[in-house]
Design a binder for this molecule. Structure first.
Ligand SMILES: [Zn+2]
Ligand SMILES: [Zn+2]
Length: 329
C-alpha cells in the first residue's frame, strides 16, 4: 500500500453536528408520527394523503434525479422535467444538481474512499452516516473528474438549484402540512409530525439502496461487485433495488431486467409519460447482451444462466443500447 493510500484511508472522520441534530429531530418526530398512526390520533385521510405525496416525491427521485438526470437513460420534455423537479423538491434530498453529482461519483468510484456512501465502511455509514460527517477528501478531489455540464445546461435543474431552500421548504414541508390542516381540519401539531413521518420513511427507503442493496442479495450479472439484487429494497423504492443489474447497465431506464411493473413502478411511471409523448429515447439493453453478461460474470443465480449461452449471437456484442421509444418530445 502506498503512503498516499495510507494517508487517505486514515483520514479522521469529522462529525457535522448540525446534520446529526437535524437527523435526530427528523427521526424522533417521525417515530412520533408512527405512534400517532398506531394509536389512531390522526385522520385516515391524513395518512393516505402523506402516503400519496410520499410516493409522488419518490418518483421525483427515482424517475427524475436518478434515471433521467444522473444517468440520462431517457429524455424528457420541458413539462415532464418541471413536474419531476417539483416531485424531487418534495422529497428534500438535496438539489437535483447535488444529488446527481453524488450519484455519478458513486457509480464511477463505487466502494472506494471516493464513493460518498462507500458501503465498505459498513451499513450505518452507507445508510445515513455519510450525511453526518464531512466528505472524504477523495470524494471532493476525484469527484471533480465527473462532468456535470449537461446538468448545468438544463435551466430546470439550475433554477431548482438556485432557489432550492425556499422551494423545498414550500413543497416538502409547508404545503403537505397546510393541505390536511386546511381541507379537513387536521390538528396542526400532529400534522407537522406526520410531515416528518413521511420524510423519515422516504429518506430511509432511499438510503436502503446505498446500504442494503450494496450488502445483501444475489449478484446474477456480476459477482465481482458489491451491488446486489434486493426485492425488499425494490418494493420500498418503487424499483431501485435491482442494484446489481443497475451497476452493470446504468443506462437502462428500467434500472432492472424485469419486463413487468410488479416491483418497478418507476418504470411504469416513465412508460406512462412515454405513452403520452413526454418521455422519449428510452434506453434499454438487449436480452442477448444481458445473457452474455450473466454467463460471463454472473454468480449463477440468474434463472436463464447457462441455458441460452450456446445460442448467443456474437454480433450482439457491440449492440449496447436499444432505444425502445423514439417519439420526439
Ligand atoms: Zn449503488
Ligand atoms: Zn444509479
Amino acid at each position: 500500500m502506498s503512503q498516499n493510500q495510507k494517508t487517505s484511508q486514515n483520514q479522521t472522520t469529522e462529525v457535522v453536528w448540525r446534520n446529526v441534530v437535524l437527523m435526530l429531530y427528523i427521526h424522533i418526530s417521525g417515530l412520533y408520527g408512527v405512534y400517532l398512526i398506531a394509536t389512531g390520533r390522526v385522520y385516515l385521510r391524513t395518512i393516505i394523503f402523506h402516503f400519496i405525496t410520499g410516493y409522488l416525491a419518490s418518483f421525483g427521485v427515482t424517475a427524475g434525479a436518478h434515471r433521467l438526470w444522473s444517468h440520462r437513460s431517457y429524455k424528457a420534455t420541458l413539462p415532464l422535467r418541471i413536474l419531476l423537479a417539483i416531485l424531487q423538491t418534495m422529497a428534500c434530498q438535496n438539489s437535483i444538481h447535488e444529488w446527481c453529482r453524488d450519484h455519478r461519483v458513486h457509480h464511477k468510484f463505487t466502494e472506494t474512499n471516493a464513493d460518498p456512501h462507500n458501503a465498505l465502511r459498513g451499513f450505518f455509514f452507507s445508510h445515513v452516516g455519510w450525511l453526518l460527517v464531512k466528505k472524504h477528501d477523495d470524494v471532493k478531489n476525484k469527484g471533480k473528474s465527473v462532468s456535470l455540464t449537461d446538468l448545468e445546461a438544463d435551466p430546470v435543474v439550475m433554477f431548482q438549484q438556485k432557489y432550492f431552500a425556499p422551494l423545498t421548504l414550500f413543497f416538502c414541508f409547508i404545503l403537505p402540512w397546510y393541505i390536511p390542516v386546511r381541507l379537513w381540519g387536521e390538528d396542526r401539531w400532529l400534522c407537522w409530525n406526520m410531515v416528518l413521518w413521511r420524510y423519515m420513511i422516504l429518506l430511509n427507503f432511499t438510503w436502503c439502496v446505498n446500504s442494503v442493496a450494496h450488502l445483501w442479495g444475489d449478484r446474477p450479472y456480476d459477482k465481482n461487485i458489491n451491488p446486489a439484487e434486493s426485492k425488499l429494497v425494490s418494493v420500498l423504492t418503487g424499483g431501485e433495488g435491482w442494484h446489481n443489474y443497475h451497476h452493470v447497465f446504468p443506462w437502462d431506464y428500467k434500472a432492472a431486467e424485469l419486463p413487468t411493473y410488479g416491483f418497478n413502478w418507476s418504470t411504469g411511471f416513465i412508460d406512462f409519460f412515454a405513452w403520452i409523448g413526454w418521455a422519449y429515447d428510452l434506453k434499454t439493453v438487449s436480452k442477448k447482451r444481458v445473457l452474455q453478461r450473466v454467463n460471463r460474470t454472473g454468480d449463477g443465480s440468474h434463472l436463464m444462466s447457462k441455458m441460452e449461452a450456446e445460442t448467443e449471437d456474437s454480433t450482439v456484442e457491440n449492440k449496447e443500447i436499444d432505444v425502445v421509444y423514439t417519439r420526439a418530445g
